[in-house]
Ligand binder design. Structure first.
Ligand code: NAI
Length: 254
């Protein structure tokens, strides 16, 4: 699978993806706040620029895969940071690495959205629009007065739409781009939400037809499928890997 960059590689889904890529990819370039090949803070422009420079330097300007998994959970009290990392950090890495991917072999990128984008009724349309307009200052100020789960779900809906809106421009340069929308996955992020007195009951109230949460390993398998030639005609899609919750709550969509 050539050279693959993975953000959020130090924990949870990013760590599981990195582990699954060992032996399948020639090189994995992890990006995180710590314990990574590229140490960078994706919450602001300087950190995003440092991440891009670090990845491009190690990859010699050519990437074959990219997974943007770095993210912050709804439990975080700094709501502005949620939107900065989950949306603006993810999109900056996608856009900043598109040309390097276009130079790669069978290139593909995967963003980690969430089924909260469709199953959480509190999504805030104005916040989604501010994200998609690229107005980080406005999005951060809106986020700072909204509940954590609303900011989280809105950041993930915006990210899923950003992926879909890029189908033509990425298709033009031969790079497949998709999102995966997991339901609850057993990682430190989910545990932090469970431990939160307000969010904890919401986590366990979500109906899941398969009757269980996911392991990070099984979501990593889904992400590796999207990166692989086996998904060669899958592009611009949001793949729900959520045990059936989205189907249960929105059976007639599409
Ligand atoms: P996690 O907390 O285990 O890992 C997230 C990683 O992102 C950490 O290593 C952290 O250091 C890194 N990160 C956070 N802020 C960063 C920043 N400013 N700059 C660079 N790296 C930063 O969380 P998990 O669960 O593995 O989440 C991965 C992605 O999956 C996130 O985007 C999350 O929103 C998404 N997701 C997770 C679900 C779950 O139930 N665990 C469900 C749906 C989506």
């Amino acid at each position: 699978m050539g050279t693959v960059a993975v953000t959020g590689s130090a924990s949870g889904l990013g760590a599981a993806v990195s582990a699954h890529l060992e032996g399948q990819a020639d090189a994995v370039i992890g990006v995180d706040l710590h314990r990574a090949e590229v140490i960078a803070d994706l919450s602001d422009d300087d950190g995003r620029d440092a991440a891009l420079a670090g990845i491009l330097d190690i990859a010699n300007g050519v990437l074959d895969g990219l997974v943007v998994a770095a993210g912050l959970g709804p439990h975080l009290t700094d709501r502005a940071a949620i939107v900065s990392v989950n949306f603006f950090g993810a999109v900056a890495l996608l856009d900043g690495l598109r040309d390097a991917l276009a130079a790669g072999t069978d290139p593909a990128a995967v963003a980690i959205a969430s089924n909260s984008a469709t199953v959480d009724p509190s999504v805030n349309a104005a916040l989604v629009e501010a994200c998609l307009a690229g107005d980080e200052t406005h999005a951060r100020s809106q986020a700072s007065v909204l509940p954590g789960n609303t900011v989280y779900a809105s950041s993930k809906l915006a990210l899923a739409r950003a992926v879909r809106r890029r189908a033509q421009s990425w298709g033009d340069v031969g790079v497949r781009l998709n999102a995966v929308a997991p339901g609850p996955v057993e990682t430190p992020l989910l545990q932090a939400s469970r431990d939160d007195p307000e969010l904890g009951p919401l986590v366990d109230a979500l109906p899941i037809p398969l009757g269980r949460t996911a392991t990070a390993g099984e979501i990593a398998d889904t992400i590796l499928f999207l990166l692989s030639p086996a998904a060669g005609y899958v592009h611009g899609s949001v793949l729900f890997a959520d045990g059936g919750s989205d189907a249960l709550l929105r059976p007639d969509t599409p």
